[in-house]
Structure formats: structure tokens, C-alpha cells
Design a protein around this ligand. Structure first.
Ligand SMILES: [Fe+2]
Ligand SMILES: [Fe+2]
Length: 371
């Protein structure tokens, strides 16, 4: 059970024969025919039209065996009030990455950058996020692997070709040693990212994009002047806000995991500013390639994983009058999920245990504090 929403669930399976059926409530999904190359016989499927805020049995029937219960789960209660809009985020696309693992031994046969696992997963993530109903997309950095012109061209094709508005941020990979000027390169593809923090308004929420990348450094910073501009944007929107950034905000001055985010003192200064400017703010980052959730006073913070490393995800947000609901889904296109599943065993399997976080880190409703 990877994702649970108010009326939907995403279930990952492996080793099931064709024709196996998963059911919960009145929803039903069937393992379809395997195609050439689907040698791992694993995948993800969705159960839709579930009743909200309800405990349900997940049952499995396979050809030749009866129906049996395999899990019990509870759908989320949606936040209060009407649904106002949906948007999605992707981060750590690393377009241009062609191999992974300590010895870089994991790769897919690819003649071009567009066929490599990174572009394949990014393309599938965006397609699936739009199919889920996203009306806007925020790409939260590490869009490329080395920031070369060829990589930016591919990012431009991926993001520039979407039918919904896109806002882009940069990560450490986009401003590394070999990188060309990221803003100029992306602007050439039709996506303009201002130098300063910037905002886009959607019904019921203001998206605020904060820059944290530091050229040729893995960790990030949000210095005083940026912080003040972020506060202005959060306040001026006169509505709840979603603060998107690439680097996560460390709890402590020194990082306790790899890679480093934004050091504790600067992170707390930003969070104090956010709470004072607009306590109805949801903060979300990438960079750590893992899923986590924590609270800082009335503010909730999440970290979302990469599109192309296990578990291989994107995040969706349903904005209601009284709150916001986050869902994290695995990129489910067969080639993409079979690739990300291979990454699970990296670092002797520690990767597979460390990165998904808990279901409650990934899927939850958050009510805005009362004004
Ligand atoms: Fe990354
Ligand atoms: Fe990063």
C-alpha cells in the first residue's frame, strides 16, 4: 500500500500472475497482460472511487486460488470545505543521469539521453501527475544531472511541453562544475525563473518558490534578503501558501544524513519568518531523495523523493477551503517502476529501507490553522 487518498489508493505488487484481481470496497483493479520486457512481473495499480475516511479490506484473487484478505487500510478524511484546486510537484529528475549505484553499474540500455532512465521516469511522472488532475506543476530542482546544454534541452522538452503552467527551481546538480547558466538555458526552452523568490497564485493557495542552490556546493542556503522577500510573498498572498524549495531544512546545525540541506540556524530563521508571515503555510523540499514529514509550530514540512531513484515518486496536492492534502505516488509506468525497483537494493538494501518513509509521511490531510 504505497499511497492512500480520500477516494483512491495506489498498491504496488510483485510476483502476481496475470489476471490477479485486487479489490477494496466497490473498486477493482486487475493485473493486465505482461508485455515484452516486463520480466520482473511487478507494478503499481490504482483503486479509485473509494469511500473517504473508511476502513477497508484489500482482497486478492489469483487465477486458481480463492479470494483472500491481504491488507486492511483506512482512506483519508479530506480537509474541510470545497476542493479548490490540485497541483503537483516533481523534484530530482536528474535528467542526464545514465547510471546509478556505488559503482555506477545500474543502467538501462539507452542510445540517447531521452531514452535513459532519468528522462523516462521524469516523463512518466509528469504524465501521471497530469492524469491525476494537476492544474499546475512545480519542479523543485536537480532538474539536470550536470546542467549541460543537452540536458537542459531535454528538460525544456519535458516541462515546456506540458499543458499546464510550470514553475521551476534549481538544485545543486543544476549549478555544478560543468553546468551552463541554468536560468538562461531554461529560459531558452520557454520557462522563466526569476532571480528572486517568486509566487504564482492558484485558487485557494499561493505557490511561493524559494531559491536555495549555491553554485558548486551540495548544501543550500536561504540568506536574509531572500528570507524577507519570501515573508512578503507569503503575507501579500492573503491566502494559505505552499513554499517550494530544493534543499530541505535541517533540524540541527550539522547535517545528520547525506546530502546536507540548509544548516539548522538558517533553517530555523526561515521557519520563524514563515510562521510569523503566514502560519497557514506548507513547506516542501527535495534533494534528500527520501520521504519525511515534520511540524514546526503550525507549519508542516515534507521531503519528497526523486522521480528516478527508488521508490521513484511525484507528489500531488489537493487544496481545500480548510486545508491541503498531500499524496505521494510511485511513478507507475512499467519501465519506470521496474527501473526504480532495481535501485531498492543499492547500499546493501539500506536505500530501500531509508527512502520511502512512512505512509503517514507521504499521504495525509493538513488543516490550516484558524486565523
Ligand atoms: Fe538530487
Ligand atoms: Fe540536490
Amino acid at each position: 500500500m504505497f499511497a492512500v487518498e480520500d477516494t483512491a489508493a495506489q498498491i504496488c505488487w510483485h510476483g502476481l500472475p496475470e489476471g490477479s484481481v485486487l479489490e477494496a470496497g466497490d473498486a477493482r483493479a486487475e493485473v493486465g497482460p505482461f508485455h515484452d520486457g516486463d520480466e520482473h512481473s511487478m507494478g503499481a495499480m490504482n483503486l479509485d472511487a473509494l469511500p473517504p475516511d473508511t476502513s477497508l479490506d484489500l482482497t486478492l484473487s489469483s487465477p486458481g486460488s480463492g479470494r483472500r484478505r491481504v491488507a486492511r487500510f483506512r482512506t483519508l478524511a479530506p480537509p474541510p470545505g470545497r476542493l479548490l484546486c490540485r497541483f503537483a510537484t516533481v523534484n530530482d529528475l536528474h535528467v542526464g543521469e545514465r547510471a546509478f549505484g556505488l559503482l555506477r553499474t545500474l543502467s538501462l540500455p539507452a542510445e540517447s539521453l531521452a531514452q535513459a532512465h532519468s528522462a523516462l521516469c521524469a516523463r512518466a511522472a509528469l504524465t501521471e501527475a497530469l492524469a491525476w488532475g494537476a492544474e499546475a506543476v512545480v519542479a523543485k530542482g536537480d532538474l539536470t544531472y550536470h546542467g549541460t546544454p543537452e540536458e537542459w534541452e531535454e528538460v525544456g522538452r519535458l516541462l515546456g511541453g506540458l499543458t499546464v503552467p510550470v514553475a521551476a527551481l534549481f538544485g545543486n546538480h543544476d549549478v555544478g562544475r560543468k553546468a551552463v547558466h541554468a536560468r538562461t538555458a531554461l529560459a531558452a526552452e520557454g520557462i522563466h525563473t526569476p532571480n528572486e523568490p517568486f509566487a504564482r497564485d492558484l485558487p485557494g493557495i499561493r505557490l511561493v518558490m524559494a531559491h536555495s542552490e549555491v553554485p558548486r556546493h551540495s548544501g543550500g542556503r536561504v540568506v536574509g534578503a531572500q528570507r524577507h522577500r519570501i515573508a512578503e510573498l507569503l503575507r501579500e498572498g492573503e491566502r494559505p501558501a505552499f513554499l517550494a524549495m530544493h534543499h530541505y531544512l535541517q533540524r540541527h546545525q550539522l547535517p545528520t544524513s547525506y546530502p546536507p540541506g540548509i544548516a539548522g540556524k538558517e533553517a530555523r530563521a526561515l521557519l520563524d519568518t514563515v510562521v510569523a508571515a503566514n502560519p497557514a503555510t506548507f513547506v516542501s523540499s527535495g534533494h534528500s531523495h527520501r520521504h519525511r514529514r515534520r511540524h514546526y509550530g503550525p507549519v508542516v514540512l515534507t521531503e519528497i523523493g526523486a522521480t528516478m531513484h527508488y521508490p521513484g515518486t511525484w507528489a500531488g496536492y489537493a487544496v481545500h477551503e480548510g486545508g491541503i492534502r498531500q499524496v505521494v505516488r510511485r511513478v507507475a509506468a512499467p519501465k519506470a517502476i521496474q527501473w526504480t525497483q532495481r535501485i531498492r537494493r543499492v547500499l546493501l538494501g539500506v536505500w530501500g529501507l531509508w527512502t520511502p518513509g512512512l505512509l503517514a509521511d507521504r499521504c495525509f490531510s493538513h488543516n490550516w490553522p484558524h486565523r
